[in-house]
Design a protein around this ligand. Sequence first.
Ligand SMILES: [Zn+2]
Length: 319
Amino acid sequence: MPALTRNRLVVAFLALGVACSAAFARRAGARDAWPRRVRERPERAGNAKLEIAVEPGRLAVDDPTLTRLIGDSARALGSYYGTLPFSTARVVVTPVNEGHIKGSTRCAGGIGRVSLRVAPGVTAADFRSDWVVTHELLHVAFTSLDDDSTTHEWVGEGLSSYVEPLVRVRAGTLDERALWRDLVRDSPQGLPEAGDQGLDRTHTWGRTYWGGALFWLEVDLLVRERTQNRRSIRDVLRAVAATGANVCVDWPMARLIATGDAATGTHVLADVYAARALTNAAPDLAAWWRKLGVAPGGRSVVFDEAAPWAETRRRMTRD
Ligand SMILES: [Zn+2]
C-alpha cells in the first residue's frame, strides 16, 4: 500500500473515531440532561415520608431542587395541620411537552398517589408560586367520601381550592392580597345559576370547584363568627385527620358533618350543607366582602381595617 494511501486511511480512521466519540458524547450528554430512567427521591415532611419518583424526560428543575420544592409544599401543609394525616404519600413527576403543572390524586396500593405532569419550561420559581402541589396534597390529606366521583366530588375539590391559598399565605409563597383578589374575582363562578339544584346534584366545573370553595369559605366565616374566632375550618380538618382519615379512607357525608360540627361546637356544617348542597340558594358574596373589608382595587384589592369582620379576615391567613 503506498504511503500516501495508508496515511489517508489512518486520517480517515482517526476522523471516523473522533466523529463516533463526538456522537457518543452527545448521546451521553443528552442522557444527563434528559434521563431515561425513573429516579426515586425519598423526602421527609415532618411525620410523613414522600416517595417522590421522577420519570424520564426533559425538566428545567434538577432532581434535588424538585424534591425540595415538593417537600416544602408538604411541610407547609404539615404546619397548617399540625400533624399530616398520612405516613406515606407517593408523588410521581412526569415530564410532558406542553402546558405548565397539572396534577391529580387518587388512592393506589393503600397510599395517596399524586401525579404531576410538568412542562419543560417550568422553573423553580414557577413551582414556588404555583398552587397545584399544595392542592393535590390537600386531597391526599382529606377523607374520600362515599360516592365521591359524582355526588360529593365538590366537597374535596372545594376544600382543596379554598384551603390551598390559606396554606400558601402562611408559608409565605402567596401574597395575602392575591388570595383575596382571586377569591373576589373568580368565586362568583361557584354561584348557582337558574335551574341548578344544589351542589350535590349540579356538577358543572364552576359549581364543583368554586361552588365547593364558597361552601368551605361560608363554613369558615360562620364558625369564626359563632365562636368569636376561637374555631375555624382548621379545627374541622384537624378533627377529621385525628381519626386517621385520608384519601384512602371512605366516609359518608353525614360523618364528615358530625365530626366537623363536633370539633367547632356548632351546627354550621349541617346548616350550610342543607342550604348549598340540597337547594340552589345563593350566598350574598357582596355582603361578605363588605363585612370582611375587601374591595377590588385595580389589579389587587383594598382592605378596610375598620370593617366588622376585618379581624376575621386577618386571622384567616394567620391562625
Ligand atoms: Zn383537585
